[in-house]
Design a binder for this molecule. Structure first.
Ligand code: GDP
Length: 301
């Protein structure tokens, strides 16, 4: 089920409850059953769904509500809050504030993710996003594995009018990454975005390369790019990346298409890492900051 349908189904389940004559356990259970079915059909992990169900039941606790309480409103608010909690990993990180580039120094952001996830596109989108907010941004192509990777980044960067760095001759990605970052640092760039390879002969080599690049460029922020349309595979994929690159944020791409989205929501929960932006199209401006409450409000229309 695609995300728009998920929103409609959750809304319909809540409307059924608010229209029913009495808000009792039976009506509540039938609403919860419908919401949980919809979430499962959108690929949200079964454990997360059952936790959400238990949390809602516990908080609503119909027997112990005072007579004056507006139960319908209570149900709506609780469902909304629990859906937000499902996609919110920032607030639970408590003291670890969201990454914000600091002015007056070079901030390095490294991108990781599988080939095809939308990594290069997202690098350019983010570069442009910061550039439009007054930062001096440079893009480094550290993907020497895929022929054509540098040309793609160059093309994107040129379109966005963002300075770029890469090499047609250097085959060591760590060397290119280090040289690119050093160049932009010497030129006092505020933000340096490093795009890395998304594929290798073997997965282990890809992860080893990520670790080496990370050690060389010492990123202030590592972002994993995740294709929202890959369903349940998102969870194991992001766990594997988390183990080697310990990314601190996620960009979910292709949220405009027929993404079920639930797999990605589960990936967020499995890695306890916040989504910071979502990609909503192929165009360089199609990037939106992600906030749980806005996302859920929009989902429920
Ligand atoms: P990479 O291999 O991870 O660097 O992936 P690319 O950046 O080359 O993107 C792969 C494909 O996904 C390209 O055709 C992009 O235009 C497309 N793409 C990337 N982000 C989005 C998005 O948010 N929405 C849509 N519809 N397509 C996207």
């Amino acid at each position: 089920m695609v995300l728009a349908d998920l929103g409609r189904r959750i809304n319909a389940a809540m409307s059924d409850l608010t229209r029913s004559n009495v808000v009792d356990e039976k009506a509540l259970d039938s609403m919860l059953k419908e919401i949980c079915m919809a979430l499962l059909e959108s690929d949200v992990n079964v454990k997360l769904v059952s936790t959400l169900r238990a949390n809602i039941k516990k908080q609503i606790n119909l027997k112990d509500q005072a007579p004056g309480v507006n139960k319908r409103r209570l149900v709506q608010k609780t469902v909304f809050d629990e859906l937000c909690a499902l996609v919110d990993c920032q607030s639970e990180n408590g003291d670890a504030p969201a990454f914000k580039p600091k002015k007056g120094r070079s901030n390095v952001i490294m991108f990781v993710g599988l080939q095809g996830s939308g990594k290069t596109t997202s690098c350019t989108k983010l570069a442009l996003w910061y550039q439009r907010r007054g930062f001096k941004v440079g893009l480094v192509c550290a993907d020497t594995f895929r022929a054509g990777a540098f040309d793609q980044l160059k093309q994107n960067a040129t379109k966005a009018k963002v300075p770029y760095y890469g090499s047609y001759t250097e085959t060591d990605p760590v060397a290119v990454a280090a040289a690119g970052v050093a160049r932009f640092k010497s030129e006092k760039f505020d933000i340096i975005i490093v795009d890395t390879s998304g594929r290798h002969r073997q997965e282990q080599e890809l992860f080893a390369e990520m670790v080496q690049i990370s050690q060389a460029v010492k990123p202030d922020q590592t972002i994993m790019v995740l294709d929202a349309s890959i369903g349940q595979a998102a969870e194991s994929q992001s766990k594997a990346f988390k183990d080697s690159s310990d990314f601190g944020a996620i960009i979910l791409t292709k949220m405009d298409g027929h993404a079920k989205g639930g797999g990605a929501i589960s990936a967020v929960a499995a890695t306890r890492t916040p989504i910071v932006f979502i990609g909503t199209g192929e165009h360089i401006h199609d990037l939106e900051p992600f906030t749980p409450t806005q996302f859920i409000s929009k989902l429920l229309g």
